[in-house]
Ligand binder design. Structure first.
Ligand code: SF4
Length: 156
């Protein structure tokens, strides 16, 4: 495993989506990104970028900014109107129903991510949150993070 992949908390398949991007296969690069990171447009703006701290490219010039690549892919798919279609493709792969229903406390980014994986594994989920809309701190908090408001709402 590459150092950047190993240091990423999501162990994203960085060489995989970079190769697809290099070949101009944007939709597939986005799909591969979503397999490890269901909120790339958000994570690409707020991650602590552990991967950059281990990027060997720094020995040549600058570390590769994976966050910018997540944002580029998410924003491009959104602009092309392809985002939902690609999420739907992944939803179709979900395992058959297990009959289990799992409670998720909080519908913030962590809760939404957990729900994504649980649904893919065939479980049902139920959110418990004080707020009417999903998004948690990104929707209701004053984070000071560089998140476009419209996009944050889109993710709910
Ligand atoms: S930006 Fe964050 S989520 Fe993305 S590859 Fe780097 S460490 Fe992982």
């Amino acid at each position: 495993m590459a150092l950047c992949e190993n240091s990423c908390p999501l162990h994203m398949n960085i060489p995989g989506y970079l190769q697809l991007l290099k070949e101009g296969r944007l939709e597939e690069a986005f799909e591969l990104t979503l397999r490890d990171n269901p909120l790339p447009g958000t994570v690409g703006r707020i991650c602590y970028f552990h991967c950059q701290m281990r990027c060997r490219r720094e020995m040549v010039d600058d570390p590769v900014s994976q966050g910018e690549i997540h944002r580029y892919l998410a924003d491009t798919m959104y602009k092309m109107g392809k985002e939902k279609e690609i999420y739907q493709r992944l939803i179709k792969e979900k395992f058959s129903q297990t009959g289990k229903k799992i409670a998720i406390i909080g519908a913030g980014p962590a809760g939404l991510t957990a729900a994504y994986y649980l649904v893919r594994l065939g479980h049902r989920r139920n959110y418990y949150d004080n707020h009417a809309k999903a998004g948690g701190i990104l929707q209701y908090g004053n984070t000071g993070l560089p998140l476009p408001k419209r996009r944050t709402k889109q993710r709910t």
